[in-house]
Ligand binder design. Structure first.
Ligand SMILES: NC(=O)C1=CN([C@@H]2O[C@H](COP(=O)(O)OP(=O)(O)OC[C@H]3O[C@@H](n4cnc5c(N)ncnc54)[C@H](OP(=O)(O)O)[C@@H]3O)[C@@H](O)[C@H]2O)[C@@H](O)CC1
Ligand SMILES: Nc1ncnc2c1ncn2[C@@H]1O[C@H](COP(=O)(O)OP(=O)(O)O)[C@@H](O)[C@H]1O
Ligand SMILES: [K+]
Length: 497
């Protein structure tokens, strides 16, 4: 499990650790780790550290101090290091160390800074770290923009302009190839848009471990998911493995039904009971003879009874939002089994919030637009503050919230938010969300709690998509995928966890 923290949590831990150590020890550890990563990058790109050109962008806080001390170490190894001082002050000890090691220091001036950034083999972003607040002010904002033309950029602790606690980016922000972070991951390194500004993240141990509180955000790794995933034991049968009831599709949206069933079957469910109107049932029967199907014409007094016994439900993909769909949603949500509510199901719940008031576990899987309807908050505000809104929705609605998008978050009250680290932008194609809801339904029916089913489901979905995108090609080669390809890659994703 990868753990991440807010700036306040990191500061409190650092204060506790610092109180037991001679002054300057932590910054020395941070600078040593930073210099070592920089040296590795210079050796990889320029062949050696000696003679390479390094430009440091220095703000007025300790983030700049780290960069100056690291610059001094590189200068002692023969690098030509220049520090551009952008703040009203610069860390005095760090500045003296750099000058003492033969480095140079210049005051910020735009044309000069541009040249130094473009010419450098490596640019080190030491503008702001966990002390950054709000949009970058000038001249930091200009420097962050200029970094787009740099050969290689290393961010110190967090890319400047990224909010360390949330991943929020207001205005210009540094896009780094590598971020060297100290003591622990910050939330903003795992959550977009911050995460996509960080590049590869290198964690430098400065001894913070024993002083860290419970994490604010966590990310599952492959071994975590392998441990959590239910696997069939010898004396099992299809009912004990889990039966999922899928209520999805409509005569207009037949594909959502087929894709949702695909996700459940390929994620390893015991059995699928699929129910819908006649057309989607016909498509599902043709594509997935494994599924047991029920045609619902909308006149049944007890549609749930007609479908049969299940251990969990998937409700919503493509089912429409008319009166018939509303009545069906009400019947499914009135059961005592866990339900994952997706797509049209989320839209129905936004219109009729009483649907989600139930005692059995409920997972909802909105994208930002759907969550916008549920919370009455504009979509762009949700996209800019995903962590805050996923948490808020979980608390207000009393459900497990999986918020989809570039970064997928899973929030449940009083639990750390789980951020998914698998996936690819190739997933942004119609129908992949339907596959995801089928996977989560399968995991719920096997007995995983909502929080685990949603986060493991997102992990497997993203991992399957990556496998499908690479298609066994050489490292780095990628090709487009369709939603069904994601479902088809699930067995391989689980095999190779
Ligand atoms: N604590 C420790 O034990 C360790 C800490 N370590 C390092 O210290 C870093 C934290 O250092 P920090 O607290 O000095 O804050 P930092 O990130 O340098 O920024 C503060 C300065 O930025 C400025 N500023 C803020 N917002 C701005 C904006 N929007 N636009 C423009 N300017 C803005 C603000 O300036 P002011 O408003 O005061 O003029 C303030 O002076 C941490 O990330 C890690 O790298 C390591 O050495 C390991 C041990
Ligand atoms: N830029 C992106 N990077 C990574 N994953 C993405 C991106 N955009 C969308 N996704 C993923 O693709 C899936 C799309 O789901 P959804 O929006 O429900 O689409 P649909 O309704 O067509 O099935 C989600 O799992 C989402 O997290
Ligand atoms: K920085």
């Amino acid at each position: 499990m990868r753990t991440a923290y807010t700036s306040d949590q990191i500061r409190a831990a650092e204060a506790a650790l610092m109180a037991r150590l001679p002054e300057g020890t932590l910054m020395a550890r941070a600078a040593a780790g930073l210099a070592s990563v920089c040296a590795g990058m210079l050796t990889a790109s320029a062949g050696k550290v000696y003679g390479s050109r390094v430009t440091l962008l220095i703000g007025s806080g300790d983030n700049g101090g780290d960069a100056l001390y690291a610059g001094a170490r590189l200068a002692r190894r023969g690098a030509r290091v220049v520090a551009v001082l952008a703040g009203s002050r610069a860390h005095p000890g760090g500045r003296a160390a750099l000058l003492g090691a033969g480095g140079r220091v210049v005051a910020y001036e735009e044309a000069l800074a541009r040249d130094l950034i473009i010419e450098a083999d490596l640019v080190v972003d030491g503008l702001v770290g966990i002390g950054g607040a709000g949009a970058l002010r000038e001249p930091y904002a200009t420097l962050a923009r200029l970094c787009a033309d740099a050969h290689r950029v290393v961010a110190v602790d967090v890319p400047s302009g990224v909010d360390a606690s949330s991943g929020r980016v207001d205005g210009p922000a540094v896009r780094a190839h590598v971020t060297v972070t100290f003591g622990a991951y910050k939330n903003g390194l795992l959550i977009d848009p911050g995460a996509s500004h960080a590049g590869r993240v290198e964690l430098v141990d400065i001894g913070l471990g024993p002083y860290l509180p419970d994490p604010d955000v966590v990310a599952l790794t492959g071994p975590d998911v392998a441990d959590l995933l239910p696997r069939p034991i010898e004396e099992t049968d299809k009912y004990r493995r889990g039966v999922v009831g899928i209520v999805a599709g409509s005569d207009r949206f037949t594909g959502a039904a087929v894709l949702c069933v695909a996700g459940a079957l390929r994620a390893g469910v015991g059995m699928v009971r699929f129910a819908s109107t006649a057309e989607p049932v016909r498509y599902v029967r043709t594509r997935w003879p494994e599924a047991v199907t029920t045609v619902l014409d909308g006149t049944e007094p007890d549609p749930v009874g007609k479908i049969g016994r299940v251990q969990a439900w998937v409700l919503g993909p493509g089912m429409g939002t008319d009166e018939r769909a509303h009545a069906l949603a009400r019947a499914v949500l009135a059961t005592d089994e866990p339900v994952i509510v997706d797509a049209d199901g989320v839209t129905l719940a936004a219109r009729d919030p009483s649907l989600l008031r139930r005692s059995a576990p409920t997972v909802i899987t909105p994208h930002a637009g759907e969550l916008s309807r549920l919370l009455g908050v504009p979509r762009d505000r949700i996209e800019a503050r995903k962590l805050e809104h996923a948490r808020r929705a979980a608390a207000e609605l009393g459900v497990t919230v999986l918020l989809k998008g570039m970064t997928t978050l899973v929030a449940e009250e009083d639990r750390p938010v789980r951020v998914n680290t698998t996936g690819t932008p190739w997933l942004a194609t119609g129908g992949t969300g339907d596959v995801l809801s089928g996977i989560i339904g399968a995991l719920l029916s096997a007995g995983l709690p909502g929080y685990e089913a949603a986060s493991c489901g997102a992990y497997l979905h993203g991992r399957a998509a990556l496998l499908a995108v690479h298609g066994g090609a050489e490292a780095g080669a990628e090709g487009p995928i369709a939603a069904l390809d994601v479902a088809e890659a699930l067995p391989e994703a689980i095999r190779t966890l």
